[in-house]
Design a protein around this ligand. Structure first.
Ligand code: C2E
Ligand code: MG
Ligand code: MG
Ligand code: MG
Length: 284
């Protein structure tokens, strides 16, 4: 348990108290050795085109296992990695691993990798991406980077320079979690995103009539501007039906599939291919 005594904090660790083991210091220490010790891994969440029925892409999501076996959410460890700078090495590792996955899984059209503003601010980020693509012989068109909307993305000159360089490379740029912050629309003005991912909060509790109209208007706006759209957080058949009625092409969420290991993703895809072959022959 943490005990504050005056200005100095004395940390007494009680292994039975989860809170004491969950502090950022612990995570920061583990992050330094996480790649070497095999404590970070990647899972892949499918993104389905509901028109063609095909898996169009998968999002790469990072996982961290502490030495004692507990899993830490990326919502917790990514901010720590951003603060300590560990995100730079973890990010390069994730991009390289994603490229290796694309080499192994030729059927997979595209992987999207999350990147943070810290990575985009660092000089030479796009150069390191170019080097990884060249080293693995992966076409830049099979790689997308997801950037979460935010003031920094839209205004920081180093971020904008990196984004310009990434576009030059030919990788795709996706805007993540659209509609959650205050910067979504101005991000669209500052940067030409290929695809916008509409945040899952819009589907929360299956939207009522007002929510449905708002979502419909957002979809129309993004469509008119020529953006591809992915709706996140589709969990039920009803939500999927709603997305279909909006003419949405691509959805992601537990209804399509949870984040999963590479071999599960491959299995899911081959099952779907078999099912669509059966449907095709049944239709004559
Ligand atoms: P995100 O990029 O918006 O990723 C989507 C998150 O929503 C994932 O959480 C995913 O598991 C979850 N999700 C997907 N479908 C559903 C659904 O139908 N219902 C619900 N309730 N949740 C769903 P996860 O994996 O915990 O990741 C959280 C966030 O951590 C990500 O949000 C992303 O911002 C960040 N993150 C994850 N991996 C990386 C990474 O490699 N680099 C960076 N910079 N950030 C990462
Ligand atoms: Mg994302
Ligand atoms: Mg995000
Ligand atoms: Mg998201």
């Amino acid at each position: 348990r943490a005990k504050a005594s005056g200005r100095n904090c004395i940390w007494v660790f009680d292994p039975n108290e989860p809170q004491a083991r969950d502090n950022g210091e612990d995570i920061a220490t583990v992050l330094q050795v996480a790649i070497a010790e095999g404590l970070v891994s990647l899972v892949y969440q499918p993104i389905r085109n509901v028109v063609s029925g095909r898996l169009e892409a998968a999002e790469v999501l990072m996982r961290l296992k502490m030495p004692d076996g507990r899993m830490i959410s990326p919502m917790v460890f990514i901010p720590v990695a951003e603060r300590t700078g560990a995100i730079m090495e973890l990010g390069r590792w994730a991009i390289r691993s994603a490229c290796q996955m694309l080499v192994a899984e030729e059927w997979l059209p595209l992987l999207s990798v999350n990147i943070s503003a810290v990575q985009l601010k660092a000089p030479g980020f796009a150069i390191s991406v170019a080097a990884i693509l060249a080293e693995t012989s992966i076409s830049p068109q099979r790689m997308a980077f997801e950037v979460t909307e935010g003031r920094e993305i839209e205004t920081h000159p180093d971020v904008l320079r990196s984004i310009g360089e990434l576009k030059q490379l030919g990788v795709k740029l996706w805007l993540d979690d659209f509609g959650t912050g205050f910067a979504g629309l101005s991000c669209l003005r500052a940067i030409e995103f290929d695809t916008v991912k509409i945040d899952r909060s819009f589907l929360h509790d299956t939207p009522g009539p007002r929510g449905v109209r708002l979502l419909q208007d957002i979809v129309t706006l993004l469509g008119n501007r020529g953006h591809g759209i992915v709706v996140e957080g589709v969990e039920t058949e009803r939500q999927l039906g709603l997305m279909r009625s909006f003419g949405i092409d691509c959805v992601q969420g537990y209804h399509v599939g949870r984040p999963m290991a590479a071999d599960s993703l491959r299995r899911l895809c081959s099952e779907e291919a078999a099912a669509s072959a059966v449907r095709a022959s049944a239709c004559g």
